[in-house]
Structure formats: structure tokens, C-alpha cells
Ligand binder design. Structure first.
Ligand SMILES: Nc1nc2c(ncn2[C@@H]2O[C@H](COP(=O)(O)OP(=O)(O)OP(=O)(O)O)[C@@H](O)[C@H]2O)c(=O)[nH]1
Ligand SMILES: [Mg+2]
Length: 204
């Protein structure tokens, strides 16, 4: 069994927000609260420690009250750069990642990932959920992983690797479906554009 005190939660807010016109997505308001803070408030009760990965406007993120870490490299190498930053800063045995643009993610996300990781003796537990087109797909930015994977990720990214599934494919990974009766069907809908953000704000 994995205790929540052994898990650090990382809010991924280090992207370019290209599809939002280059806006710093984590600072865009969702129901009156910045997306990254909304995400942090939903993640905090599920983990022992929390931190934010951001690459711009660091003092705004720092005002949310948890440590803020930018990527070590300034080239916007994608979400794996955020994973790596998180693993480097993580002081617990496990790290879980959550993107800042999916504010309605499940309140039992971490518990279910942790249960599956322990049950399967896996190295990574990754959520899978139905997307807006109805298809079940892995949600790689929602992953719980062992801190020891840091060295593997250093090697992978230094070799030029960028794709999350190419890296997780090197490790024992369990997929955790979030489509049980009672699961919110739109929990994993993410806001990549301002229109999607406004649509999400109107939803349940
Ligand atoms: N640290 C870090 N995180 C990133 C980077 N690129 C994307 N992310 C994060 O990964 C998650 C998924 O990213 P996307 O929604 O695909 O990308 P985005 O950069 O936010 O937006 P687009 O530029 O429109 O693709 C988000 O939480 C991003 O903040 C990066 O270069 N570095
Ligand atoms: Mg996104």
C-alpha cells in the first residue's frame, strides 16, 4: 500500500500555451480562480506534498503557497521536461503529475493510481479516460511514478526523447481506467483554447 504522505503532487504549468495565443495557461481564470491554483486545490488533499512546474511569471505561481520550479532547460521540451523537473525536486518515494488545464480531474485520481501501482507492482500508473470523441485513451500527463525513474528519464531526454509514451513504454506501466459507473465523463476534458476553457466553465 502506498500512503499519500509518500506522494508529491506536481502541477504541470510549464507549457507555451500556443493554442491559447501564447497565454500563460495556468494563470487564466477558471470560475474566478487561476487554473493552476484550482488544480493545486484539487490535488493538495490527495498528496503529502505539492509543487508547481512553471516557466514564466514565477512570482505569480509562488503566491499560491507551494514551491515553484522551472525547467532546467529553457527550450520548452514538452511535458517530460516537467516530469524531470518534478523528479529532480521530489523528496518522497513517488511523484504524481497533473496538468494545469484539466480543472475537473477526479478527486480520487491519486488514490486509484496508487492502488493500481501497488497492486501490479508497476513503476508507472497512468490514467486512461474517454475523450470528447468517446474513445478511451491513455492520459499520460496524469501519471504516478517511482522517484527512482529519474535516472532513466535523464538518459531518455538527454538522448533527445520527447514523447511521454516512448519513455513510459520502457517501464512497467499500468493503465488505470476512469470510466467506472459514477465517474464523471468530462473529468479529463482539458482546455487548450480560450473557447474550450469557457465551455468547461459552463459544464457541471
Ligand atoms: N515543463 C514543461 N511543461 C510543458 C511543456 N509543454 C507542455 N507542458 C505541460 O504539459 C501539459 C500538457 O501540455 P499541452 O496542453 O499539450 O501544451 P501547452 O504547452 O500547455 O499548450 P500548447 O502550446 O497549446 O500545446 C500542460 O500542463 C503543459 O503546461 C514544456 O515545454 N515544459
Ligand atoms: Mg492540454
Amino acid at each position: 500500500m502506498i500512503h499519500k504522505e509518500d506522494i508529491t503532487g506536481l502541477v504541470l504549468a510549464g507549457g507555451r500555451g500556443t493554442r491559447m495565443g501564447g497565454a500563460d495557461k495556468g494563470l487564466q481564470n477558471f470560475r474566478g480562480i487561476p487554473l493552476a491554483l484550482h488544480t493545486l486545490m484539487r490535488l493538495g488533499p490527495q498528496v503529502g506534498e505539492a509543487m508547481i512546474n512553471a516557466n514564466r511569471n514565477l512570482s505569480a505561481y509562488e503566491s499560491f503557497g507551494v514551491p515553484v520550479w522551472p525547467d532546467a532547460t529553457a527550450d520548452y521540451a514538452g511535458p517530460l521536461a516537467g516530469f524531470l523537473t518534478g523528479l529532480e525536486r521530489c523528496e518522497t518515494a513517488y511523484l504524481v503529475t497533473v496538468p494545469c488545464d484539466t480543472p475537473l480531474f477526479p478527486q480520487d485520481l491519486v488514490a486509484r493510481l496508487a492502488e493500481a501501482l501497488a497492486r501490479e507492482d508497476a513503476e508507472i500508473a497512468m490514467a486512461a479516460a474517454r475523450e470528447e470523441d468517446g474513445a478511451m485513451r491513455p492520459q499520460p500527463v496524469f501519471s504516478l511514478m517511482r522517484r527512482e525513474l529519474m535516472e532513466s528519464l535523464v538518459r531518455f531526454t538527454q538522448g533527445g526523447g520527447r514523447k511521454i509514451d516512448a519513455w513510459t513504454g520502457q517501464h512497467r506501466t499500468v493503465l488505470v481506467p476512469f470510466d467506472r459507473p459514477g465517474d464523471e465523463p468530462s473529468a479529463f476534458f482539458n482546455a487548450n483554447t480560450l473557447a474550450e476553457l469557457h465551455r468547461l466553465e459552463q459544464s457541471s
